[in-house]
Write a protein that binds this ligand. Structure first.
Ligand code: ADE
Ligand code: ZN
Length: 323
């Protein structure tokens, strides 16, 4: 059996704020004089017991209050890379949530420059490539998303694309049609979370109305045979996050995860960690957990890794290096 860490991996669904380990959260809280509503690392970790997406998001947004300066974002990004490179990470297209920071008085430029510096150092130290995908919070007014896209003009060259995340049910993709059209017109790549908790119709809407190039999660598509056929025919990458789906109770157990059904339908599935500090594993851990729980074979693991490279926004030369 292959050592899965030696498989070169691209990660396409990773929220940088979701890589904030409790130890770093307390270090940054001390550095910035921010009070966390938990006594210590143990108490914070004990709160990682989620009922659903919303119960996770409540803690996720509360904890990121410790992130205040560009240096904090650099340290966060480097800590993620340091953990992931030994697990085979070679390329990452990471999400960030600017509205969750600018709403607290952090400058948009500090967020982007800080993460960008982390990626630059990662490339220098470990040869990891990648870029930033700016996500709009779908549970905030669409006008905020439009303003955020305007604010991003000062850092347009630092962005690969835009995405859509946060509380899904009741906040369908079509609400953001105009913002996504504007992003596409600027030449930005577009992706969106869809079909994590909400029904397959959200996946269709993300494709048809937002024009997304990848669907983040998308696992609910397994309940819609027509949609599965379309995803397979069009080879739309799904950035699936199995450990996240268990922790947020999208599925009861990893053994019941639809990954095999999606693969069998011919969908371009990729495996990702989503918010690894909260969900119990980085990208290599996700592959390992699938081997243990659902018998992922070496050939399937290689296919998933290949799908991620093919589904990435890396240029052809970099893709060729990674394949
Ligand atoms: N933000 C961070 N992680 C998320 C997830 N799994 N779904 C939606 N929004 C998120
Ligand atoms: Zn996500």
């Amino acid at each position: 059996m292959r050592d899965l860490d030696t498989l070169p991996k691209a990660e396409l669904h990773l929220h940088v704020e979701g890589t904030l380990e409790p130890e770093l959260a307390f270090d940054l809280a001390a550095r910035n004089g921010v009070e966390l509503p938990f006594a210590d690392v143990r108490e914070l970790r004990a709160a990682y017991d989620f009922r659903d997406l919303q119960s996770f998001l409540d803690l996720y947004y509360a904890t990121m209050a410790v992130l205040r300066t560009a240096r904090d974002f650099t340290d966060l990004t480097l800590a993620y890379l340091e953990r992931s490179v030994p697990q085979g990470l070679r390329h990452v297209e990471l999400f960030f949530d600017p509205q969750a920071h600018t709403g607290r008085g952090v400058a948009f430029e500090d967020v982007v420059d800080g993460i960008g510096e982390g990626l630059r150092l990662g490339r220098e130290r470990w040869g990891v490539t990648g870029g930033l995908i700016m996500c709009f919070l779908r549970d905030q007014p669409v006008e905020d998303a439009a303003r955020t896209l305007q604010a991003a003009a000062t850092r347009r060259g630092s962005l690969l694309g835009v995405g859509l995340d946060s509380a899904e049910v009741g906040h369908p993709p079509a609400l953001f049609a105009d913002v996504f059209a504007a992003a596409r017109a600027q030449g930005l790549h577009v992706v969106a979370h869809a079909g994590e908790e909400a029904p397959p119709a959200y996946v269709r809407e993300a494709l048809d109305v937002l024009g997304v190039e990848r669907v983040d999660h998308g696992v609910q598509a397994v309940h819609d045979a027509d949609l599965l056929r379309r995803l397979a025919a069009e080879q739309v990458p799904l950035t699936v996050c199995p450990l996240s789906n268990v922790r947020l109770r999208v599925v009861d157990r990893l053994e019941e995860h639809p990954l095999h059904r999606l693969l069998a339908a011919g969908v371009r599935v990729t495996v990702n960690s989503d918010d690894p500090a909260y969900f119990g594993g980085y990208v290599g851990d996700c592959y390992r957990a699938l081997r243990e729980a659902v018998g992922l074979s070496d050939a399937q693991a290689a296919q998933l890794a290949r799908n991620a490279v093919l589904g990435s926004f890396a240029d052809q030369a970099r893709k060729a290096e990674l394949l």
